[in-house]
Design a protein around this ligand. Structure first.
Ligand code: ZN
Ligand code: ZN
Ligand code: FE
Length: 765
């Protein structure tokens, strides 16, 4: 038989995922000869066989790819030369692989089966993993990705593990974190009297206590999710008023006891990323204690994603609260010492182990909108997998984008790919800022990255912008400042895979808390045009005073005053009716009015977030203070959900592209006076908001125009679904986020793309 030679190049996430052994096994099954190796571009294969064999080989390389692989491209060329006698795996080439860090992955079905198989040597072992699953980003200290550079360095492999590691036919071939009870990390329990850590922890949980659990990317605080007293105790100890707790279950069936789980939701929950998915509470389903997600009609569920979780949940009946272990809004703790000291007043017991968490990695959060899954928080399971951009961005200089201030992430852009860091947190927190700096250093090392351009938010006070300015100086890179909402706009376009030309004719609805606009005022409710190359404001919502500046971010009643005054002028208080009960005493109101009149610390601001806060306050939802930025808006959304269909919509006014809310406030106060229930009022507000935005957009767009939807307000699913439906009905094409969050967690991606274009010759922004 005549042998044909083929050189096959595979690009994508193909290193560190078991791709070479996959190639090797397939070649042997099909009787091919040749070799496979990793190099700087991905996986390189030389194979000889009959034409039929090679064709089947190429097909099955893709269809039977390992679970964590992502094949972006496969190229084939004829190859001449002498065929070897067998098929081998070659050691990595000199051109160093640089894409070898894949995201952490939930326990795979094979490892899970071993965990519960009494005959298996890893039966009941809390740290088993293989090439298809286990910790990755959370354990790495530096490249190359070898065991010596990970938290597994202190654990010398036993002979059996070493044999598995060296055998290409084994699922653990070159699995750096592989371990077994003989050689791997150990589990123990602190705070109990027994000698079985899992049984002790389960026992304590059953008794209604709170247990700190060391996981993959940080510690969780756990309690019995079906015990209202335990949930209340946890909430009291965390001093967390209303922020929902996430839950963990052992199976989809268990989640279905409480929630509706659509096929899309089931696929997300069971994916290797195993994110928290926001699920609607099921009508007629088993009730959950009200303290889990106060005022919400959705709860966040995830499936067990580490052997430790599987074992713990198997020892119980029912889900656990699994909330990040921290005080208030600090990042979750990662070290045993910090857990013992920092969680002393929070936990009653500690389920600990001796594998270090090198890099903190929060649980990711996803929601399901009509247009598909949307990320709310992108961390474990997603970072640091690169996001493929449109080929237009392949030639840009390397850009490091520093992100925003809240929900901070950063982004490395190179070779047409964007590596967005995991969600790091609010940089005002010293620990989060420390993590941000550490992650910057780690990612630059992992991806061997030196920026030619550093892109930052136009708001020079952002700590990320300051860090970026310093870094640009240090690297001799060009510093580029990007307006906040232009970055949101570009992030959404890049997320949707649009190139330069397609983006030019788009519009963008950018609605969020606030950010610095290019005119130096505070924006947060804008209709933009121009795409990557520019962000012209062609419409938006009215700018109103932000009484007290930053204070208005924390105290919604201030925005209620600004809005009522904007709607009704000096007579506003007389019109306020029952709403006045949510306002402070007259003396305080006088001070605020004088501030507004004299424009003292009342910057004009077109923020949609503050509009939502004002409406929530009018309904008595958190009028005095909010603990986190979206708290009032989330409560308003939950309150409205059940009423949205058929509730009708409040009117809004529009003049010259500026939407104002006078008619809405008039109708809302009328409804309140007439005793209409809060849910219907909240729904009419949402519907009216959506209608006003759709009308504004449709009046300025040709049929078929793409409309990018971004900014934190797009995480409100009534708004997002309403806009998607309304824009489609108007003959337009909405673009929603699917890979990075619409909130400030997605900013870095937009900054990176714009920064690269600005630095590139010929593009002048
Ligand atoms: Zn596995
Ligand atoms: Zn071992
Ligand atoms: Fe924003």
């Amino acid at each position: 038989m005549r042998l044909e030679g083929r050189a096959i190049r595979v690009r994508g996430l193909v290193q560190g995922v078991g791709f070479r052994p996959h190639v090797w096994r397939l070649a042997r099954v099909l009787g091919l000869v040749g070799h496979v190796a990793n190099d700087g571009e991905g996986v390189a294969i030389i194979a000889w066989g009959s034409l039929a064999q090679l064709a089947e080989f190429a097909t099955r390389l893709t269809t039977e790819a390992p679970p964590l692989a992502r094949i972006d491209a496969m190229e084939q060329a004829a190859h001449t030369g002498a065929a070897p006698v067998d098929f081998t795996i070659l050691a990595s080439h000199a051109s160093a692989p640089r894409t070898a860090i894949v995201p952490d992955a939930a326990t795979c079905p094979a490892c899970r089966a071993e965990l519960f198989d009494p005959a298996d040597r890893r039966h009941g072992y809390a740290f088993g993993n293989c090439t298809h699953c286990g910790p990755r980003l959370t354990i790495i200290r530096a490249i190359p990705y070898d065991r010596a550079n990970t938290a597994m360095a202190p654990f010398a492999m036993c002979a059996t593990c070493a044999a598995e590691y060296a055998d290409p036919a084994d699922r653990r071939f070159h699995a750096q974190p592989t371990a077994c009870p003989a050689c791997g990390p150990k589990l123990w329990f602190e705070g109990g009297a027994g000698d079985d850590p899992l049984a002790d922890a389960a026992q304590m949980l059953r008794a209604g206590a709170i247990v700190a659990i060391k996981g993959i990317g940080g510690f969780h605080l756990a309690c019995d999710a079906l015990n209202p007293a335990a949930v209340a105790l946890l909430r009291q100890r965390k001093a967390r008023d209303a922020k929902p707790f996430a839950l963990m279950a052992g199976s989809l069936a268990e989640i279905r006891r409480f929630c509706d789980v659509s096929p899309d939701a089931a696929a997300l929950l069971s994916s290797p990323a195993a994110p928290i998915v926001l699920l609607p509470l099921r009508r007629g389903g088993e009730p959950l204690p009200a303290g889990i997600a106060p005022g919400q009609d959705h709860v966040g569920f995830m499936l067990a994603y580490a052997p430790l979780h599987h074992l713990l949940l198997a020892a119980r009946d029912g889900p656990l609260v699994m909330t990040s272990a921290n005080h208030a809004d600090e990042p979750q703790v990662t070290t045993n010492e910090a857990a013992r000291e920092g969680l002393a007043g929070l936990a009653d017991g500690w389920l600990m182990h001796d594998r270090d968490i090198v890099n903190r990695l929060d649980d990711s959060v996803m929601a399901l909108a009509e247009c598909g899954p949307v990320p709310i928080r992108r961390a474990r399971g997603f970072a640091p997998a690169p996001i493929r951009l449109h080929p237009d961005f392949a030639g840009l200089p390397p850009v490091l984008a520093m992100g925003g201030e809240l929900k901070a992430t950063f982004c490395l852009l190179r070779d047409g790919e964007a590596v967005v860091s995991q969600h790091i947190g609010d940089l005002e927190d010293a620990a989060a800022l420390g993590d941000y700096r550490a992650m910057l250093a780690l990612y630059r090392n992992l991806f061997d990255f030196t920026p030619a351009v550093v892109a930052v938010d136009a708001h020079a006070d952002y700590l990320s912008a300051q860090a970026g300015a310093a870094l640009a100086k240090e690297c001799g890179a060009r510093l580029v400042r990007v307006a906040h909402h232009h970055a949101h706009y570009a992030a959404c376009l890049a997320d949707a895979g649009l190139g330069m030309e397609a983006a030019e004719g788009t519009l963008g609805l950018m609605f969020d808390g606030l950010g610095l606009g290019p005119d130096g005022t505070l924006w947060g409710g804008e209709l933009l045009a121009g795409g990557y190359a520019g962000a012209r404001r062609v419409g938006g919502i009215v700018a109103l005073p932000l009484p007290g500046g930053a204070a208005a971010m924390k105290q919604p009643w201030r925005n209620l005053v600004a809005h009522l005054r904007g709607a009704f002028g000096a007579e506003w208080l007389a019109r306020a009716g029952a709403v006045a009960q949510h306002l402070p005493p007259p003396a305080t109101l006088n001070v605020i009015e004088r501030m507004i009149d004299s424009a003292t610390n009342c910057p004009p601001c077109s923020s949609a977030g503050r509009l939502f806060d004002a409406v929530a306050a009018a309904l008595g939802l958190f009028p005095q203070a909010i603990g986190h930025e979206a708290q009032a808006a989330m409560a308003l959304e939950a309150c409205a959900r059940r009423f949205v269909a058929g509730a009708g919509a409040y009117p809004a006014a529009e003049q010259g592209g500026v939407i104002s809310w006078g008619p809405m406030w008039g109708a809302l106060l009328g409804d309140l006076a007439a005793g209409v229930e809060a849910g219907a009022i909240a729904a009419r507000f949402h519907n009216g908001f959506v209608d006003a935005l759709v009308r504004l957009t449709a009046a300025r767009a040709e049929p078929g125009t793409r409309v990018a939807l971004s900014g934190g307000v797009m995480q409100n699913r009534i708004v997002l679904d309403g806009l998607v439906r309304g824009l489609r009905k108007a003959g337009l094409v909405p673009l929603a986020h699917g890979q990075v969050p619409a909130n400030d967690g997605g900013l870095a991606l937009g900054q990176a793309v714009i920064g690269g274009l600005m630095a590139n010759k010929g593009v002048n922004l």
